[in-house]
Design a protein around this ligand. Structure first.
Ligand code: ARG
Length: 431
């Protein structure tokens, strides 16, 4: 391993303890290594602006940081166990290439604010991707909701309740994912604050140009309290996972519907063949494995949230416990986004089997319409309800699913699906 940044003369390290301390930390740091390099460049520029390093040194450091980023992308530089972590690797490489200038790069910063700024930059990108995926899902749902509505049984308690439609089903998920996109953006705004310059959590005796690094890194504002910069570690990751979980909760329900609707018993939906797999023993099977893993993805994100929440039982100030939050946020985010990314194509290409859906609409499903129609004509609702309950089996007389849907007219009352309004809400979220 390259020299430890914090090694003291005369104190030996123990290999087993070092292995435990390191875990797979340096490998995790690969995930945001480029963001760490970006933040290092801003830090170097900031140091030059206050005269702590010369402009020549700053230029040389920035050039080497760019080369390191390029080498990392191409695989010419591998971040591995030769280094304690990604932060140490940056300093080691700059020192190896530039000598004293490299040894100056850590002036006024700590790995504690370094990991914070890299994580925030990484998460801003991921929340942007989350908003994009949610918008894409909402857009496909809106497109499909605009296609001619096919009657579909509406269920409560998984029992046939009233007539619904494919348009209503899609419009429901369109609105859900518009909300989820909004939440992703709001969460992005919430974490869009720069911790760089708060150092180990108590500031430093230098006039660091934090306004400059805030703008240079594209943050909307700076974190003001160095103590809060540390207190917020874990908390902002949790907020990002909550935004992700909100989308995955809806995806889980959607996947549940599809796994029911694709059974022979329902038979309402056929999936594109690429989204199904076969059985190793039963030649007849086509299994909706993708849909099942979309459903299961919520569990992965919930587990990541849970781990971070458990880690946050800490006193003020940096504690090494926080290191474990990295694995959770990287794993949870990456996995959850991959699930959401698949959804638009699946939704665009799933096929409704109209005859099976129509066959599942039974006359009793008009009983609510009958009771409400009577009530609107002046019969007290409870009396109309009782009469309709007694005659539920013949409630279908003269009624069709189309009529039932057409009569659902209150604003947002369902069958009108409010597509234009949903589309304009979606459009207002674009960009
Ligand atoms: N790998 C560490 C983490 O994720 C970086 C910060 C280390 N700071 C320290 N004082 N040991 O928390």
């Amino acid at each position: 391993m390259s020299d430890l940044l914090w090694q003291k003369a005369g104190v030996e390290t123990d290999a087993r303890i070092m292995r435990f301390l390191a875990g797979n930390d340096v490998l995790l740091d690969r995930e945001f290594f480029l963001h760490d390099i970006t933040a290092s460049k801003a830090h170097v520029e900031g140091l030059a602006r206050i005269g702590v390093i010369s402009t020549d040194e700053a230029a040389a450091l920035e050039r080497e940081l760019d080369t390191l980023a390029q080498d990392f992308r191409s695989g010419a530089f591998v971040l591995d166990e030769r280094y304690e972590d990604g932060h140490s690797a940056i300093e080691a490489r700059l020192t190896e290439r530039l000598g004293d200038a490299g040894r100056r790069v850590h002036t006024g910063r700590s790995r504690n604010d370094q990991v914070l700024v890299a994580t925030r930059l990484w998460l801003k990108e991921k929340l942007d991707a989350l908003a994009t995926h949610c918008r894409a899902i909402a857009a496909v749902c809106l497109e499909r909701a605009a296609q001619p509505a096919l009657p579909l049984p509406g269920y409560t308690h998984l029992q046939r309740a009233v007539v619904s439609s494919t348009a209503m089903w899609f419009a429901g998920f369109a609105e859900a994912f518009i909300d989820n996109a909004l939440r992703a953006r709001q969460t992005l705004g919430w974490i869009d604050a720069n911790p760089l310059g708060t150092a180990a959590g108590y500031g430093v005796n230098l006039p660091l140009d934090r306004e400059y690094t805030t703008t240079a890194l594209g943050f909307a504002r700076m974190q003001l309290s160095p103590i809060y910069a540390q207190l917020s570690r874990g908390k902002f990751e949790l907020a990002a996972l909550e935004a992700l979980a909100s989308a995955l909760l809806d995806l889980r329900r959607l996947a549940w519907d599809l796994s029911l609707f694709t059974t022979a018993e329902f038979g309402f939906v056929s999936l594109p063949p690429e989204y199904t797999t076969g059985s190793s023993i039963m030649p007849n099977k086509r299994n909706p494995d993708v849909v099942e893993l979309l459903r299961a993805s919520y569990a992965t994100v919930a587990a990541a949230r849970c781990e971070i929440e458990q880690l946050l039982s800490l006193p003020t100030g940096y504690q090494r416990d926080l290191q474990f939050s990295k694995g959770s946020i990287f794993h949870g985010m990456t996995h959850g986004l991959a699930a959401l990314e698949l959804a638009p194509d699946l939704l665009a290409r799933m096929h409704w089997n109209q005859p099976a859906m129509r066959a599942a609409i039974e006359p009793a499903m008009y009983a609510t319409d009958v009771a409400i129609e009577q009530a609107a004509a002046g019969v007290p609702f409870r009396d109309a309800y009782r009469a309709a309950a007694a005659a539920a089996a013949s409630a279908g007389e003269g009624r069709t699913p189309e009529r039932s849907l057409a009569e659902r007219v209150s604003p947002g009352g369902g069958a009108d699906v409010r597509l234009e309004e949903l589309a304009s809400r979606l459009a207002s979220l674009t960009g």
